[in-house]
Every structure is written in structure tokens, then in C-alpha cells.
Design a protein around this ligand. Structure first.
Ligand code: ADP
Ligand code: MG
Length: 352
């Protein structure tokens, strides 16, 4: 039996989405091969040992990790990494953990922090390592890596809070000279479209920047790619990569914001109805983007395809949405790798 540590919940806005994903993984994971140990991370960041059931509390719409029960942590021991449970004054040590599945999105989960903890105690884990995770979550670092790899992307400018507060006119002039509005302002390290605004004219920039700086000290201002289709592919592996055909997001809002992502029904078209040339281009760029950050395990790479047939990279997500109705698992299902097989493949790759 392989003992799997399933980490879910977490300190980001996608806490509940992570719980939904974890619940689905628990439903399908092969119990003849894997013994699952579940640890929920509360919104405040406490690790709690849970009993393997993830339920939605009465009156709630989505499940979350309750701040109840003993705390746990990971420790290295001579036999390998183990969970340490602390209940009041009493500590007890659990069995050795073989592999971890950090099913956590956004800051404190997808950004290399949890991955660093797993590295420190020597637990193999599903997904990207510390460096790739921290580059992938940081839109400024990610874009710089993509630029260094020669990948096509829209124009952008990364601006530190201190520069914006000292010389907003110079930033605005630099921006206007580089590319005209609309602009997208984004906190460098967030996710779920939180803190992102679409800015139609210079007058709207101030408020949009202020909102983005609430979430990070670096804000990326991007050229708006107008009338573009949003295409996404799933990638698996390290070295030898497998890539799905593209899927398309048809957003119910002006852009794919938080509401459109999780609350309103945005449509996912899988596979996307695109010309063969566009699909091939997306495939090739996805591989290059994955390699540009030295990713491993899994990623979803997102693109904009413009009317004139150009394809630009938007971003890479190293722990993409993972509920059975999320884009990433559905892309793989369309290739014949269904949800249980996908979970198995990820754990197998992490151990390999
Ligand atoms: N440069 C852009 N041009 C046009 N639309 C954009 C641009 N950047 C973001 N968007 C829209 O905003 C959404 C969220 O932006 P994204 O960079 O993917 O943030 P997140 O990491 O939060 O998913 C995208 O899915 C897209 O709909
Ligand atoms: Mg996105």
C-alpha cells in the first residue's frame, strides 16, 4: 500500500474549490493501492487531521475545513517523513508518508511554500517543484521567463508599489507609449481573477492599481487582447510531455472574472472548435511554456487566440482547478484519461 497525504483547503480564496477537488479525489482514488491520510488546512493556515470525509455544513453552499480537532505537522524521522499530531499536551507520531498530493490553489499552496515544506522533510509530491511553483504563481516572474524563452505574449509592465506611489505619471506615460488601453491590472501573485480589473481609459487606472495593490506589492499591467478566444490545454509529465487538445472558455462576463469562474455558468467547449493550425500552435507553445519554467507533474496552460489567427500565451497554472467539472480533468477525459486514471497517473509520476 502506498500512503498518500492529501492536503486540501488552504489559505487562499480557492479554499472551497480545493475542498471540492479533494472530495472528488477521495471518491475515486484506488483504495486497493493507496491508503489516504487527509489533512485539511484551515483558511487561517492551521493543519488539522480530518477523517477523510469532506462535507458541506448545513446552510453552506460549499465545503470548507473547520477549525476543529488536533493540529498536525510533518516531521522527518529516521524512517522517513511522518505526521505528528498534537492534541492538547499530547503528541503522537503517525506512519511514514510515501507521497503527498498538495491539492491547493493560489498563495500558500500553489506558490512553492508548501512544496518547500514537503522538500524539507523529504516527501515526494505531485506537481511542480519549489522554483517552478513560485515562478508559475508570479505573473511578473512568469512573463519574464516566457519572454526569455521567446514565447509570444501581450505587452506588459510590472510595477512595484513604491514606483507607482512615487511616479504614477511616468508609469502611465510609459504604458500609454507602449500600448493603448484597454489594460488589465493584476496583482502579481494571486489567482481566481481576484484584484484584476479591465481599465478602459487612463482615468480608471488609479482605482484599478489601488485595488490590485491590496493583494500584492507588484502589479502587472497588461495590454488587453481584444476579441480573443480563450483556449486552454492540459499538460502532464516531465521530460516526455503529454498535451491535450485545446478547450475553450466562453465567459458569461466581460472577462473571466471570479464570478464567471465559480458562480455563473461559463461554458467550457471541449475540444475547442479551432482550425488545425491553431491547435498545433497551441500544442507547441504549451510545451515551450511548461519547459520555460521547468514544470513537472501537471499544468494547465492558457492562451488567447486572436481573430487574425495569432496565438499568445496568457499564463501557466501549476495546480489547475481539479474538480471533475474543471477544465483540466475534462480536457484529459476527452483524451481518454478519466478522472480516476488521472489521479493515478499523477501519483504514479510523483513516485517515479
Ligand atoms: N491581457 C488580457 N487581455 C484580455 N483579457 C484578459 C487579459 N488578461 C486577463 N484577461 C481576462 O481575465 C481573466 C483572468 O486573468 P488571468 O491572468 O488568467 O488571471 P488568473 O490568474 O486570476 O486566472 C482571463 O481568463 C481573461 O478572461
Ligand atoms: Mg487565468
Amino acid at each position: 500500500m502506498i500512503r498518500v497525504l492529501l492536503l486540501y483547503g488552504g489559505r487562499s480564496a480557492e479554499h472551497e474549490i480545493s475542498c471540492l477537488s479533494a472530495r472528488s479525489v477521495l471518491e475515486v482514488i484506488d483504495r486497493d493501492r493507496y491508503e489516504v491520510v487527509t489533512v485539511g488546512i484551515t483558511r487561517e493556515g492551521r493543519w488539522v487531521r480530518t477523517d477523510g470525509t469532506i462535507e458541506t455544513a448545513p446552510g453552506d453552499r460549499l465545503p470548507h475545513v473547520a477549525d476543529l480537532g488536533p493540529s498536525v505537522g510533518l516531521i522527518g524521522t529516521p524512517d522517513g517523513p511522518r505526521l505528528l499530531t498534537v492534541d492538547g499536551e499530547v503528541a503522537s507520531v503517525g506512519p511514514v508518508v510515501d507521497v503527498a498530493f498538495p491539492l491547493l490553489h493560489g498563495p500558500f499552496g500553489e506558490d512553492g511554500t508548501v512544496q518547500g515544506m514537503l522538500e524539507t522533510v523529504g516527501v515526494p509530491y505531485v506537481g511542480a517543484d519549489v522554483t517552478a511553483s513560485s515562478i508559475g504563481i508570479d505573473k511578473a516572474a512568469m512573463k519574464a521567463s516566457f519572454a526569455a524563452a521567446g514565447l509570444p505574449q501581450g505587452g506588459y509592465l510590472a510595477v512595484h508599489r513604491s514606483r507607482w506611489s512615487q511616479e504614477p505619471e511616468a508609469v502611465t506615460a510609459e504604458l500609454a507609449a507602449a500600448f493603448p488601453p484597454p489594460w488589465f491590472t493584476k496583482p502579481a501573485r494571486q489567482g481566481s481573477s481576484i484584484g484584476i480589473s479591465k481599465v478602459h481609459e487612463v482615468a480608471g487606472l488609479d482605482a484599478a492599481m489601488a485595488e490590485a495593490y491590496e493583494h500584492d506589492e507588484v502589479v502587472v499591467i497588461e495590454q488587453g487582447i481584444e476579441h480573443a478566444r480563450e483556449l486552454e490545454v492540459g499538460v502532464l509529465g516531465r521530460g516526455q510531455l503529454d498535451v491535450t487538445r485545446p478547450g475553450e472558455i466562453v465567459s458569461s462576463h466581460e472577462f473571466y472574472d471570479f464570478e464567471a469562474k465559480y458562480l455563473d455558468a461559463s461554458e467550457l467547449l471541449i475540444p475547442a472548435d479551432v482550425p488545425a493550425g491553431v491547435a498545433e500552435r497551441v500544442d507547441a507553445l504549451a510545451r515551450r511554456a511548461y519547459r520555460a519554467i521547468n514544470c513537472r507533474g501537471l499544468a494547465r496552460v492558457d492562451f488567447f487566440a486572436t481573430r487574425d489567427g495569432a496565438v499568445v500565451v496568457n499564463e501557466i497554472n501549476t495546480i489547475p482547478g481539479f474538480t471533475p467539472s474543471s477544465m483540466f480533468p475534462r480536457l484529459w477525459a476527452a483524451e481518454g484519461l478519466d478522472y480516476p486514471a488521472l489521479v493515478d497517473r499523477l501519483l504514479h509520476d510523483a513516485l517515479g
